[in-house]
Design a protein around this ligand. Structure first.
Ligand code: HAM
Length: 420
């Protein structure tokens, strides 16, 4: 194994592609920030217990995919596989729910870890931007989140994504359905592992991708037929609100999601250009999670969008983000004296808020101009011995190619004026 190789299932973000990741995080979080969501940051690891209780002991995420470790002090920790349990834990710890301002609306952005079989779009370290609205049961809140995710994807220029929507019922009606489904599934011809799954998490069996399993599921009882009146009315209201907002979605009663905490509204954003790892984001309501981790009753809803897969979706659709050049002015000194002088000008520009860079390393004119080009700078400042003797620098407009001599003392002001 080479020393210069990131661990299996991970990759580095390096320029210029890394700029797209920053822009995606910005685009996803902008609508949240404009809608009353405050920023929250939690540790990269938590006590294992939080995820075991929160995400669920019957999920692949907890049983197979968690990176767990025992500290020297004997604590059992896990790298966070998702953000919802941590954010809720942090909100409870800070008593945000007691400030008389429900729902508590929070957004976050960070790294998550799952020991999954790596493939295109599925990594062991990945990045999400997420939102959680804690402590309120209101279909408008579910609708708000779905609409904001749609808005974020559209602002990036994505078009080939679809929204899948379902309701998983609540603690009244889901258990009745669960039992009916188990009775149906126990009579099917299934392998040992799937049989075990029937007893632990029967809804997940509906999600089985294998054709021979799917064929047997045609007549499986449908959750839709078991939803209680309250859940039905709630779901209809969510559907009506997002429809009124002009957001197109598909009802998908097979959508069960891979985490145990969901109740009622669940949704997924899928992109058709991504192959098997098509979910670019997902979320839903989790009215029981707070109590599952030992807190009070706090009905909540949220989502997380995968940054890695969103970037892949942009690439699949051939969308090029309009990323403005980060450098406005590039300075190219020719000779020792010019180096000192232009370095001073660059510092002055930066202090004035103008993005400036400098040809370091005493390179020749040709190489330095290549770097100037690559930087995307609108202007270059070039100065040699003769310019300095005359008290000027050469200011070149990289778009028009036009070059003018500007008095050294006025260079910064002139650039500020031209750059608006
Ligand atoms: P999730 O569906 O497990 O939900 O993950 C959300 C998104 O994270 C996925 O749609 C996908 O884009 C991305 N993702 C997940 N695993 C990987 C991976 N191995 N490689 C690359 N991307 C990945 C949650 O995490 C919930 N906490 C969402 C939520 C928030 N529900 C309520 N609030």
């Amino acid at each position: 194994m080479s020393t210069f190789q990131a661990p299996k299932g991970t990759y580095d973000l390096t320029p210029p592609r890394s700029a797209t990741f920053l822009a995606v995080r910005e685009a996803i979080s902008a609508p949240l920030r404009d809608s009353g969501y405050g920023y929250i940051e939690t540790p990269g690891f938590e006590n294992v217990e939080l995820f075991a209780r929160g995400v669920g002991e019957s999920t692949d995420i907890v049983t197979k995919e968690m990176y767990t470790l025992t500290t020297k002090g004997g604590s059992q920790l896990a790298l966070r596989p998702e953000g919802t349990a941590s954010v809720l834990r942090a909100a409870l710890e800070a008593n945000l729910h007691k400030a008389g301002n429900l729902p508590v609306k929070l957004w976050y952005s960070g790294s998550y870890y799952r020991y999954e079989r790596p493939q295109s779009g599925r990594y062991r370290h990945f990045s999400q931007v997420g939102a959680e609205a804690i402590g309120s049961e209101d279909p408008a809140l579910d609708a708000e989140l779905i609409i904001l995710a749609d808005q974020a994807y559209r602002s990036l220029g994505l078009r080939q994504f679809r929204i899948l929507l379902n309701s998983l019922g609540d603690k009244e009606c889901r258990p009745v359905y669960r039992e009916a489904l188990q009775t149906f599934l126990r009579d099917l011809d299934l392998d040992e592992e799937t049989r075990r799954r029937i007893e632990i998490n029967p809804l997940r069996v509906l999600d089985d991708k294998r054709a021979d399993v799917q064929k047997q599921l045609t007549d499986a009882p449908k959750l839709r037929d078991y939803l209680c009146d309250a859940c039905k009315a709630y779901h209809e209201e969510v559907r009506a609100l997002i429809t009124a907002a002009g957001v197109v979605f598909e009802d998908d009663e097979k959508l069960v999601r891979g985490l145990d905490y969901y109740t009622r509204t669940t949704f997924e954003f899928v992109h058709d250009g991504l192959g098997s790892q098509s979910a670019v984001g997902g979320g839903g309501r989790y009215d029981g999670l707070s109590e599952m981790i030992g807190g009070p009753e706090l009905p909540s809803v949220g989502w997380a969008l995968g940054v890695d897969r969103t970037v892949l979706a942009l690439e699949a659709e051939g969308v090029e983000l309009d990323l403005p050049a980060t450098t406005s002015v590039y300075a190219v000194p020719l000779g020792e004296e010019a180096r000192r002088v232009l370095f001073g000008v660059v510092t002055e520009l930066r202090r004035a808020g103008i993005a400036a860079d400098f040809a370091f390393g005493g390179r020749g004119l040709k190489g330095a101009m290549k770097s100037a080009n690559r930087s995307g700078a609108r202007y270059t400042l070039v100065a040699g011995e003769r310019d300095l003797a005359e008290g000027v620098v050469q200011l070149k407009d990289m778009e028009s190619g036009e070059q003018t001599a500007v008095p050294l003392a006025e260079a910064a002001a002139e650039l500020a004026k031209r750059l608006g």
